[in-house]
Structure formats: C-alpha cells, structure tokens
Write a protein that binds this ligand. Structure first.
Ligand SMILES: [Zn+2]
Length: 380
C-alpha cells in the first residue's frame, strides 16, 4: 500500500468511527452511502474493526422484507477511552470516558497549593495510574480556568490560579505515553455532549457559562472559534454597566463582575449576611425566593445583564442556538428576565430564529476535555 493510499484508508477509518459514534448509521451500506464510498471499501474497514474488537455485528435488519438484510454494527465504545481533567484552585476533577463519552471512572483530588510544579507532578502521577488501569486511553484533555494557547498547550494567564506561561502540554507529554491537549474550561464545556448544544454542533452556536467566573465559546461548524489570540467568546468581559463594579480584568461593569457566583453572593450578603458561599446561595435557588425578595430582585437584574450581553452576541454572531449553563437554569425570574431583555434589545429576526436553552451541567468541562481528545483522534 502506498503512503497516500494508507493515509486515505486511515482517514476513511476515522470517518467511519465518527459515524458509528454518532449512532445514526449502523450498517455497511448506510456508512458507504453517507461517506460516498464503495461498499467494498467500507467492508474492508469494518472487517478490520471487527478483528480488532472495535466493532461488533449485532444481527440483521430485515428492512420489512425488501432487499438484502443489512447487518447491524455496534461500536464497542470501551475499545478507545479518554481522560478528561478540570483544574481548579483547590482541587482537580478527573473522568475516564469511553469513545461515546460515557463516564467510566471519576473523582476529585484536593490540592493544598496551586503552585504549578507540584500541581503538574500530581497530575502526571494520577494520569499514569489511570493509563495503567485503562490501557485503551488515547490521550488526555485538560481544562484550565485560564487564557490558553490550545495548539502549544501553554497556560498563559489565569485570574483563578497563580499560573503564568506554564508549558503544561510539554510537561505532560515528556512524562506520559499519550499526548495531552490543553483547553480553556469554558471552551471544553462547550464541546461536551452534556452541554446541551445540538449533537453535531454543525450549526453556529454560542455557549455561556456562569460559574466562579463567566465565559463563553462560539462554535462554528463543530469547531470552537478561538480568535487570533485565543480570546474569542470571552463574553464575561462584555460591558453591561459602564459605572458598574470593578472586574478582575481591571475594567468596570463587565458581565463577570455582576453575574458570576461570587458577585451574586456579595449582592445577597447586603441583605442576608448569612450567605457566604455558593452552597448558601443554593438554598435560595432551591426555594426560588418569594415574590419581591432580595433573591428575586437579584435574579431579575442578573437576567437583564445576561440578556443585554446576549443581544450583542446575537447581533454580532447570529447564532442558531444559545446555551446558558448556570445554577439558575430552573429559576423562572432569571429565565424570564433574560428572554424578555433579549426580546427587547436584539433585532426581531435573529431573535426569533435563535433558540435559548437553560441548563446546568456539572462535569461538562472534564467530559468536554476528554471529548476534545476523541475529536482530535478522528481528525488525525
Ligand atoms: Zn472584565
């Protein structure tokens, strides 16, 4: 087989895997038709996958008695696995997923220091142990609350960690048998299948996450758009109140300074000094607060700020879907306020055509980081 033919064959193998992973095509005939390839080509690929234990035949589909029965195929999702890690100030979270993002193993490791050297030492130690237990691991994805160069795998700056210009990928790759991909945590969450965006992200979507900070990601044709210097989608620093509170970026009135969880905790404290942490705020979220209460007031105001930012995003990017990932996904005062503000402020046509979805995903960043490794594997 020439080098060119081998490369083509490998690409067709990856495209076949991607189709089986998506679960919409499950016979040799369907795959051949979807990829525009001959049934012979696909049969050779599938036979190899069956031999390697990556695909299994699971019986024939009779098609209502018309034509030859099609043998149904199923991907053996545990034939390939991926590790996903989310880095935080005082702990890191990890998952091991199969090829279809089912979580097989997960946990959390407390960290006493966020000093990069001991931190990376602990990451390497955990990953070697996970790879020993799961030799099918293809690679490692690490989500970091920071400005990240995803190509070089360098963590440039983080307002949540003391890391500056940390060559994370290089350090991990030199100590482990598989390679590491480094991503910003919001961008990782945006590509997680649990993030609520349409399955194949083929459309133009925007993902907004409200957490310790506020961040966003713009997805075009299944790809996260990073921009010229990796800051595309940083919706947390859109100004929504010119004279508003000071933000960690040095500006005033950024969305993050008004609607991040710590910002809301501070706003609640003005009337309820007992609210100290996200968990304390959580009690009010569960009760939704009573009409006219401080909590409802904050939800309404926060919804307006998010709505103002989204109106600008809708005008600028015209996304088909927007997903808001926050702990307030079930709070009516927040949701109504977001929707009515968008309705008032953005142009009628794009607003009508944009679907806005409210969700809360807890493992999205680590699962998304693991998923990024699978997507890269399919593109190699
Ligand atoms: Zn800011």
């Amino acid at each position: 087989m020439s080098k060119g033919t081998a490369l083509l064959r490998q690409q067709n193998e990856k495209r076949t895997l991607a189709l089986l992973r998506a679960g919409k095509h499950s016979s040799r005939q369907e795959i051949a038709a979807a990829l525009g390839l001959s049934k012979n080509t696909i049969s050779l690929i599938v036979d190899k996958f069956i031999k390697d234990g990556v695909v299994k035949e699971i019986g024939a589909d009779e098609q209502g008695g018309v034509g030859r029965p099609r043998i149904q195929l199923r991907l053996q999702a545990e034939a390939y696995k991926s590790i996903g890690i989310l880095i935080q100030h005082s702990y890191f979270q990890y998952v091991v997923t199969d090829y279809c993002q089912a979580v097989l193993d997960k946990g959390s490791v407390p960290m006493e220091t966020d000093d990069p050297e001991p931190y990376i030492g602990k990451l390497i130690h955990l990953c070697s142990e996970l790879i020993r237990q799961h030799p099918e691991v293809l690679g490692i994805g690490i989500a970091v609350p920071a400005l990240v160069d995803p190509i070089e795998g360098v963590v440039h700056f983080s307002s949540h960690l003391s890391w500056r210009n940390v060559r994370l990928k290089e350090r991990m790759d030199s100590s482990l048998p598989v390679t590491t991909k480094v991503l910003n945590l919001v961008k990782a969450a945006a590509i997680a299948p649990s993030s609520g965006l349409p399955a194949e992200h083929s459309s133009n979507s925007f993902y907004l996450r409200m957490d310790e900070g506020v961040g966003g990601a713009h997805i075009i044709d299944s790809q996260i758009y990073s921009g010229a210097s990796w800051t595309a989608g940083e919706a947390g620093h859109l100004c929504v109140e010119p004279e508003g509170p000071l933000c960690s970026c040095g500006q005033r009135g950024c969305l993050e300074a008004l609607v991040s969880i710590p910002a809301m905790v501070r706003q609640m404290q003005q009337q309820h000094p007992d609210v100290q942490t996200e968990d304390d705020l959580g009690r009010y979220i569960a009760e939704e607060g009573t009409e006219g209460s401080r909590f409802q007031e904050i939800m309404d105001k926060s919804g307006q700020y998010v709505g103002m930012a989204l109106s600008q995003i809708i005008l600028l990017l015209n996304p088909g879907h927007i997903v808001i990932d926050s702990p307030f996904h079930e709070v009516d005062a927040f949701k109504q306020s977001v929707l009515s503000t968008v309705d008032r402020r953005a142009l009628k046509l794009p607003t009508e055509k944009t679907s806005i979805l409210f969700i809360k995903s807890s493992y999205a960043s680590s699962v998304g980081a693991a998923f990024a490794v699978i997507l890269d594997f399919e593109k190699e």
